[in-house]
Design a protein around this ligand. Structure first.
Ligand code: TYD
Ligand code: MG
Length: 452
């Protein structure tokens, strides 16, 4: 397909100065490296290969018929949950994540699992044979999944017209190119222009489109960051590559809550949905060991129980080592200082290692109490009761402060079979249960007396 040459120019992203050529430094605002190519006059007839029954006119909001906007419920429960209850037709969903984290696997697996909806999986990264090999590994064979390798947006739209799928997956946005712009695939202007075309196409045809985007190690350049405002939903697939757990997180969602997460486990044959994440994040133990404490946290909208392990030992070198995995190390140092200064524990000459099991990173101040108890347990070498869990923030004077959504945390702990939860005295909590004992404490010293 030969496209008419389109006029383009370079614009400073800072002040909007136009230039026919790329410039390193903007002559107007003196900013460096801000010029990006943009299209000047796009021929609307060839811009999209779709019929033009789409002239939009103002309608009264009460007259808008939304029954056709029924969500598509997929077979992947975690994906449904993350999207806020299924896929909205005509929406554009961006899935971001580090290379190799499992984005292609997630969406291929989803494509293969479809029983009713026709799905077109377009890859610019792998050949059809390679995708088939991957599909064999995932071990799901579908009647409804079409595979295409293509990178030119105009050809993609023609193929979509041919196949008429309900859902399209494009892997990845960085490999796409439109014939209207000269710059190479993966450059900001290509990415932006391709996404704009795809967005328009999705809105006009009502096909839901998934776009995969890589996040670069060195920041936002050519990464999907620039697109976040264009698409309807931004999902992020994250996890530690050395561990098998992956978290699918909503960063933006025009059609639902942006605080949902989905949890998966990467196995030999693809991703497995984890419907009860608390179960996998707590290691199986026969006997109680010192230095282990269970914390309740909220990830997105979901309560989770996680295990905190710590090891306190006498420092071999003059300067004690402090290291933490999965937990903010500055916060750990603060808690150690509180223990030292406010509660009289002598930890200044001790090495302290802290670890959240499962390789996940948690940023929740409600973990503080469990962190402190795990450190004290290791320091005293007395194991904590395996039936106890914690939810509380520690203040600088050693007091235990209230945390948000305490009811959800207690419910999750109860569901997981814990017999006692220690929370702040100041936490207003209406939840009552005869299965779990709710103990309220004022400060660290009180908790220490209770436990050891
Ligand atoms: P991939 O989906 O290619 O990552 P991305 O598209 O985000 O770059 O996943 C790559 C990793 O997943 C790779 O290291 C191998 C692993 N993997 C499994 O462990 N099991 C499987 O069944 C598959 C298909 C991949
Ligand atoms: Mg991939």
């Amino acid at each position: 397909m030969s496209a008419k040459k389109i006029q383009s120019a370079f614009f400073c992203q800072n002040c909007g100065t136009q230039s026919p050529k790329w410039l390193g430094k903007c002559p107007q605002c003196n900013e460096w490296n801000t010029f990006v190519e943009e299209i000047l006059n796009k021929d609307s007839k060839i811009a999209t290969a779709i019929s033009s029954n789409n002239s939009s006119k103002p309608i009264l909001i009460k007259d808008i018929d939304y029954t056709q906007e029924q969500r598509i419920i997929t077979n992947d429960k975690e994906l449904n949950r993350t999207l806020g209850g299924g896929i909205v037709p005509g929406s554009l969903i961006l899935l971001g994540g580090d290379p190799g984290i499992g984005k292609s696997t997630l969406l291929l697996q989803f494509s293969l699992s479809s029983k009713r909806k026709k799905i077109l999986y377009i890859s610019g990264e792998e050949s059809q044979k390679q995708i088939k090999m991957r599909a064999e590994r995932i071990n799901k064979d579908s009647e409804k999944c079409y595979i295409l390798t293509e990178t030119a947006t105009q050809n993609i739209f023609l193929k979509i017209e041919e196949v008429k799928p309900d859902i399209v997956v494009i892997d990845s946005i960085q490999t796409l190119h439109t014939s209207y712009i000269d710059s190479s695939p993966g450059s900001i202007s290509q990415i932006r222009e391709c996404t704009a075309e795809i967005l328009k196409y999705a809105k006009q045809t009502g096909i839901a489109i998934f776009l995969i985007g890589h996040i670069n190690k060195d920041g936002a350049i050519a990464g999907p960051k620039v697109l976040e405002h264009m698409v309807d939903t931004v999902l992020q697939f994250e996890g530690d590559r050395n561990y098998t757990y992956r978290i699918l997180r909503t960063i933006k969602n025009r059609f639902g809550s942006a605080s949902e997460i989905g949890v998966y486990e990467m196995s030999q044959d693809g991703l497995r949905e984890v419907n009860n994440p608390s179960e996998i994040l707590i290691s199986e133990r026969e006997d109680a060991v010192s230095g282990v404490a269970i914390a309740t946290t909220i990830e997105g909208a979901r309560p989770l129980l996680i295990e905190i392990q710590s090891l306190v030992s006498s420092a071999v070198y003059g300067t004690p080592q402090r290291s933490s995995t999965g937990y903010n190390s500055k916060r750990m140092n603060m808690l150690l200082a509180v223990l030292e200064k406010r509660c009289g524990f002598r930890l200044a000459a001790k090495d302290v290692f802290l670890n959240i099991t499962g390789g996940i990173k948690i940023d929740d101040t409600a973990l503080d109490l469990a962190v402190v108890c795990s450190i004290l347990s290791s320091n005293e070498n007395i194991p904590l009761d395996t039936q106890i869990c914690f939810a509380g923030e520690i203040g600088l004077s050693g007091e235990i402060r209230a945390v948000s959504r305490i009811e959800n945390r207690i419910q999750e702990a109860e569901k997981m079979g814990y017999k006692q939860i220690i929370i702040s005295k100041y936490n207003k909590c209406k939840y009552k249960s005869n299965k779990i004992e709710i103990t309220k404490c004022k400060n660290i010293v009180e908790v220490f007396k209770l436990l050891f």
